[in-house]
Each structure stands twice: as structure tokens, then as C-alpha cells.
Design a protein around this ligand. Structure first.
Ligand code: ADP
Ligand code: MG
Length: 699
């Protein structure tokens, strides 16, 4: 057995009790886990200060000296222990607010100590609360004389005596007793290409760096390794899928597509749309199953691309389906596809949760006989009951609302899986998409249809409300329609609902009937009532749509030109961006008004400033990523792939790209990792625990 798979309790100095805590608190089960439990920070323990030279701030410093005397001082709340500490020239105070009895007894007078901690300045005199300390004798014996690693810890670990020092001892034991057994995981040629140090050097230096240079070398090596293996696995999976999984061949572009293109297409396609259709065309024609992610900012025109691909499917005798995350959206897709197709000789139907039994039955027959060409709907489409004659293409809109499991379900519809096109407006930065969706091919519509006026975004405080309403009244007079959106956050649904209703009332007063008509849509309404209200808005019977974020995704009302967002500080960036994308779809100048109170956190301020500064979804996503970290980004929560141990998707972007291109090159040359030089890769992959996880995630 690989020694690194040894359970952690067998490490000298650990034992069953500590092992249990390590498992519970840090998820460390084996030697390997411990070895890859990386420090989050290092402190410099190579320099000593004289008290007289101490920096006049609260930095962490290390000083050598002796304790002259200690005393317990009574203060208003409790006591504190104060020790006079001298470096031989002057004195400063060390202070303890807790545990003084025990500490007082353990402190030895006139013995040389090394103390370490954060400085506190008061009336120009330094002190150090709760210093870490050890005798110079011990310090010189230990291994903390250079850069000292700090590991993530918890209250419980500390209370059970598993301190930084204990963790360091465990690491030392692990490294000393097993050092010769750490197998190299990267091939020689890759290592020399980037001058990467060996695995065993790297793990030693990440825990016990001699200096900054050895630390950097260790970090580089381990970051590259981490990113490289993720990319390697994703790419291998992709290759295997392409080799193994045969797909339907859409041989030709036929009548349906050509008729549509020549006589129904209401506008000129953008270059980006044309390019994406070509990419899809190539994918669906080569005998392999397509699994493609189509990214395009809100309003970039993904729907028409989906339709045109469905027409190609129909030209080749296949059925298609299009799935949307909500009923409103499904219905809207259905209607706009129908309108676009006009009198074309194709049948299309809608299936949602609220479809009637009789309707369903009829649909089922048409689907099974092949009489129906295109099915639009919600999750209802992938229920097991729904059987197609020959489903050749499945389009999934707004991917982040669709779980991985649902994607997998689609695959089981046929013996040969349909081509899958996943459309998302969540502008995942490319680098991130690469590592999360490395298994999907990616197409990007990076261009908006021409003639769109840039949406003007402004931030206003609640105190400006009168002016804002005045402006809205003027827009309505010009014939425009308005969205007013309220936040809806699960934990306080009741409060949000009240906010919404209060808001609705004051809006009704400010915009009285009959001159103004108002729709309202929120989560507690029945689907059919929502649809009814939405319909009235779409048909221009109402001018204002008051809503919670139900309308966030996909709704298309080109005549709506103002998006007003209440309590905008409570929305996340990607949500704000999605909401703003509801306007600016027609030819009129559109506006997004972000309302907030004056009380804003720094982060909220950054969000609002970002929104007013740019409409570029990818830029916004980058900021979002920086604010929240990748784990939180929509659609990536389940990925698991991003729980990186040492690399940072943003900061180590360059390494990520490098790792990906190297993994690609390597697989081109040696797709099954059979070459002698790639033995380390093969062996490491076989051992990797994460392996299984990633595979599960992907399909
Ligand atoms: P999204 O990518 O957000 O799903 P849609 O497909 O709903 O965007 O398209 C947004 C609007 O832009 C629709 O009204 C659509 O008809 C229109 N549109 C799409 N492509 C073009 C184009 N090439 N030229 C002009 N308008 C277009
Ligand atoms: Mg859309």
C-alpha cells in the first residue's frame, strides 16, 4: 500500500484521540491529507528586534529578552497579568487578560525567551498582548527559526491542545519518517520546462521553508501540479467522451433552415452569432456527441441561435427540445419561437407543470410518433414519462438553474444521447469556465446586436425618490414601460414580502389609475396569476411591472426601458447585471436606476460603483469573483473542482493557462499516458482521491 494512504492515527504523536479531532475539524484522514494541509500564511521568525527599533504600528515582531518581574493588576473588569520584559537595554510590557494564574506560574524570571506577537502602542509605549513565547534554548532546537508556517485552526483544535506547534511537530514527523517515499508526480520534461522543484523538496519547503525563495519555489511547484492535474482530468474526460460517445450526425442543412434564413430571419445575424452557429454545425456533423456551453451576455441573442440549430435538427429528421428554468420563461420562449417560425411547416408545443392531462396525453402521442418537431418547456420535459421518437438536440437555457443531475437525465432519453447545448448568460470569466466546464466545449457570443443604445446606469438614494418617480412618469408618457424590482432573500421572506407590498402601495399612490396601470408578480403567487400579470405587461396593458426577482431570468419585453432596483445594495453583482439586462432590448435609450439607503458597506459600494461604471458582463463577473471568491459564483457551487488547496484561480491565472495548454499538448502526444516518461502522471492519477469526485461531477 502507498504509505501516504496510512490513516493519520498511525503517525507518531497522533493516536486515535487526536486523529478523531483532526478528522472532524480539518477533514484530515491520511498521511497524504496531512501532507497536503497547506499553511495559509507564514511569519518571519528570522529577524529579532530591539525594543528601541520597534515599528510604530501593530505589526508582528519577534524579540529576545528576559522577564524581570510579573504582577497581577486589578482593573475594572477582571484582572490582567503584566510582565516587565527587557531586551537588556529597555523594557516593555507583556500583557495577559486570560489564564494569568497558569501563565504566571509558568513564566521563569531571568531566563532568555523569544517572544512573538502583535504590537500594541499606547502613549508612545509598546506592549504585546498574549505573546507566543518559548525559551531561547527550545527555540534554537526547534525548526521555527526561519519562516514559520501558520495553519488553519479552530477553537476546538486549540482547546484540545492541537496548537500550531503541535501541527508543526506532526508535519516534521511525517516528513522525516517518510521523506524518501514521496513519489514524484510530474514528468521530468515538464519539471525542467518550468524549473519546478521535485515533489519531495516542495512538500518539505511548503511546510518548513528556509527562506522566501525556497517558499516561492515550493508554491509554484505545488500550484502548477494542482492546476495541471485538474486540467488533465477534465481534458481526458472530454477526449474519452468524444471517442466513446457516438452522436447523431446532422449531415445537411436543409429546407427548414434555408427557408428560415432566407425569408423569416427578422434581422441580420451578428458575426458572433454566425460564428457560433458554425461551431455548433461542425460539432453536430462529425459523428460525436456535442456537449457545448453557449455563453452570451443578456440580450446577445442566444435564442435565435438555439432556434436555428433546432431547424438543422429538423432538417435531419430529428426532434429537439428547449428547456427553461421557469414557466414564464418557457412560455415566452415558446411564443417567440412560434412568432419567429411564422408559417413554417414545423410543429412546436409547450409542456410545463401546469399543462392539462388531456394536453399531455396528446403531446405524448405526438412526441412518440414523431409528429412533433420541437418541444419547449420546463423541467417537465425531462420527466421520465416524456418519451421522444428521436430526440436529436436538447437546448438548456439559463444553465445555472439546472442541476447536473438534470443534465444527466437528458442523456438517458435515447440510447444515443442527444446533442446538448447549454445556454447561459452568467458571464463566467473564461479562466474560470475553463476549469469548471473543462469538459464542455465553449462558444461565446461576445457582441450585442447592432443599434443597441448603451444602458445608462445611475445610483440614487432613497431621499431622491421624488425626482426618480418624476423621471419615470416622463418615460411612461413617452410610451415606455418600467420594471421596479424588490429583493427577495429567503431568510426573511416575510419581511421582503411586506417591503414589496408597501412598495406596491406607495407606487400605486404615486402612479394612480386610470392614467397608470400596474402589474405585480412575486413568488407567492400561483403560476397562472403570474403569467396573467406578465402577459398584461407584455401586451402593454400595464406600464409598470412591480416584481421580485422572479423576472430576473430571460424575460424579453423590448419596450421596457427603465429598470429600477429597490434596495440595490442587497443584490449580488451578477443578479444586478441580470436584472439590468431586462432593459436595453429595444431601440430606445434605456436606464437602470439603483436605489439604496445611505448606509452602505464597502462591498456594497464596490458593487454599485461597478454597475454604474460598466455594462460588460465579463468585467462585472471578474469583480464579483474577487468580492465573493469562485465557490460562490452562480452555477459553480456544485463543482467541487474549485476547492483548490493551494492555487488561486484569479491570482494564479497565468499558471492555470499554462497548465491547461501543457495538458492539452501532452494529451495530443500521448492520449492514454502510455509513454514511459508519463508514468508519474499515470500513477498519480490512479492514486488521486479527487479523481472520483471530479468524474462524478462531470456527468
Ligand atoms: P438572450 O441572449 O439574452 O437570450 P435574446 O435571444 O432574448 O437574448 O435576444 C434579445 C433580443 O435581441 C431579442 O429581442 C432578439 O430578437 C434580438 N436579437 C437577437 N439577435 C439579433 C440580431 N442579430 N440583430 C438584432 N436583434 C437581435
Ligand atoms: Mg434568453
Amino acid at each position: 500500500m502507498d504509505v501516504l494512504q496510512t490513516p493519520i492515527e498511525y503517525l507518531k504523536g497522533v493516536g486515535p484521540n487526536r486523529a478523531n479531532i483532526l478528522k472532524q475539524e480539518l477533514n484530515l484522514h491520511t498521511f497524504q491529507d496531512l501532507l497536503h494541509f497547506f499553511p495559509y500564511r507564514y511569519i518571519d521568525r528570522s529577524t529579532f528586534y530591539n525594543i528601541i527599533d520597534l515599528p510604530k504600528n501593530s505589526s508582528e515582531v519577534q524579540i529576545k529578552g528576559k522577564i524581570i518581574k510579573t504582577e497581577v493588576i486589578q482593573q475594572k473588569k477582571g484582572k490582567r497579568l503584566v510582565a516587565q520584559f527587557s531586551d537588556g537595554q529597555i523594557q516593555m510590557e507583556l500583557v495577559w487578560f486570560r489564564g494569568h494564574q497558569w501563565i504566571k506560574e509558568s513564566l521563569k524570571l531571568n531566563v532568555e525567551y523569544v517572544i512573538f506577537g502583535r504590537l500594541n502602542w499606547y502613549a508612545n509605549r509598546p506592549s504585546m498582548p498574549h505573546p507566543e513565547m518559548e525559551t531561547v534554548e527550545n527555540f534554537d532546537k526547534g525548526f521555527s527559526r526561519t519562516l514559520q508556517a501558520l495553519y488553519p485552526s479552530t477553537e476546538k483544535l486549540l482547546s484540545r491542545g492541537i496548537s500550531q506547534r503541535v501541527i508543526a511537530k506532526m508535519m516534521q514527523e511525517l516528513l522525516q519518517s517518510n521523506h524518501s517515499k514521496f513519489a514524484e508526480s510530474l514528468p521530468e520534461d515538464l519539471r525542467s520546462k518550468y524549473k519546478l522543484i521535485s515533489k519531495s523538496e516542495a512538500v518539505k519547503n511548503i511546510h518548513f521553508p528556509k527562506d522566501q525563495n525556497t517558499l516561492t519555489a515550493a508554491q509554484n511547484r505545488l500550484k502548477f501540479e494542482e492546476l495541471f492535474f485538474i486540467q488533465l482530468q477534465l481534458l481526458m474526460k472530454n477526449l474519452q467522451r468524444k471517442q466513446k460517445i457516438k452522436g447523431f450526425v446532422f449531415e445537411k442543412v436543409g429546407n427548414h433552415f434555408n427557408t428560415f434564413f432566407n425569408t423569416h430571419l427578422p434581422f441580420e445575424l451578428t458575426e458572433a452569432q454566425k460564428r457560433v452557429i458554425k461551431e455548433i454545425r461542425k460539432d453536430t456533423g462529425n459523428g460525436q456527441q456535442m456537449n457545448r456551453l453557449l455563453q452570451g451576455d443578456v440580450g446577445s441573442g442566444k435564442t435565435i441561435v438555439a432556434l436555428m440549430v433546432m431547424l438543422i435538427a429538423a432538417d435531419n429528421g430529428f426532434q429537439s427540445c428547449l428547456m427553461a428554468p421557469t414557466e414564464i420563461l418557457a412560455k415566452q420562449h415558446f411564443q417567440s419561437l412560434k412568432t419567429l417560425m411564422g408559417s413554417m411547416d414545423l410543429s412546436i408545443a409547450l409542456l410545463t407543470g401546469s399543462s392539462k392531462k388531456a394536453e399531455r396525453k396528446q403531446l405524448a402521442e405526438q412526441l412518440e410518433s414523431g409528429a412533433l418537431d420541437i418541444l419547449v418547456g420546463t423541467h417537465a420535459v425531462i420527466e421520465d414519462k416524456v418519451q421522444f421518437k428521436n430526440l436529436g438536440l436538447a437546448v438548456v437555457d439559463e444553465q445555472h438553474r439546472f442541476g447536473v443531475a438534470q443534465r444527466a437525465k437528458l442523456w438517458r432519453k435515447n440510447s444515443i444521447p442527444p446533442h446538448v447545448l447549454v445556454m447561459t448568460a452568467t458571464p463566467i470569466p473564461r479562466t474560470l469556465a475553463m476549469s469548471v466546464y473543462g469538459d464542455l466545449d465553449i462558444s461565446v457570443i461576445d457582441e450585442l446586436p447592432p443599434g443597441r443604445k448603451k444602458i445608462k446606469t445611475i445610483h440614487r438614494y432613497d431621499s431622491n425618490r421624488l425626482q426618480v418617480f418624476q423621471f419615470i412618469a416622463e418615460e411612461i408618457q413617452k410610451g415606455r414601460q418600467i420594471y421596479m424590482v424588490y429583493p427577495l432573500i429567503k431568510e426573511s421572506e416575510k419581511m421582503d414580502y411586506k417591503d414589496l407590498m408597501d412598495g406596491y402601495e406607495s407606487i400605486s399612490r404615486a402612479f394612480p389609475r386610470p392614467q397608470f396601470q400596474i402589474s405585480i408578480v412575486h413568488g407567492q403567487m400561483q403560476a397562472k396569476d403570474k403569467d396573467y400579470e406578465m402577459d398584461r405587461f407584455i401586451k402593454k396593458q400595464t406600464q409598470i411591472m412591480v416584481a421580485t426577482t422572479v423576472i430576473e431570468v430571460g424575460v424579453n419585453v423590448p419596450n421596457a426601458s427603465v429598470m429600477l432596483i429597490e434596495s440595490a445594495e442587497r443584490f449580488g453583482l451578477s443578479q444586478l447585471h441580470q436584472l439590468r439586462g431586462r432593459v436595453g432590448r429595444g431601440n430606445d435609450q434605456s436606464y437602470c436606476i439603483l436605489m439604496s439607503s445611505h448606509k452602505l458597506t464597502t462591498e456594497a459600494k464596490t458593487r454599485l460603483e461597478t454597475m454604474t461604471a460598466t455594462t460588460d458582463g465579463f468585467k462585472i463577473a471578474e469583480v464579483d469573483l474577487k468580492l465573493r471568491g469562485p465557490g460562490d459564483l452562480m452555477g459553480t457551487q456544485q463543482s467541487g473542482v474549485l476547492q483548490l488547496k493551494i492555487a488561486d484561480i484569479i491570482k494564479d491565472n497565468q499558471w492555470l493557462k499554462t497548465a491547461r495548454s501543457d495538458a492539452q499538448a501532452l494529451l495530443r502526444e500521448d492520449p492514454h499516458l502510455e509513454a514511459q516518461k508519463n508514468t508519474p502522471l499515470r500513477q498519480t492519477l490512479a492514486k488521486m482521491k479527487a479523481y472520483q469526485n471530479i468524474w462524478n461531477y462531470i456527468s
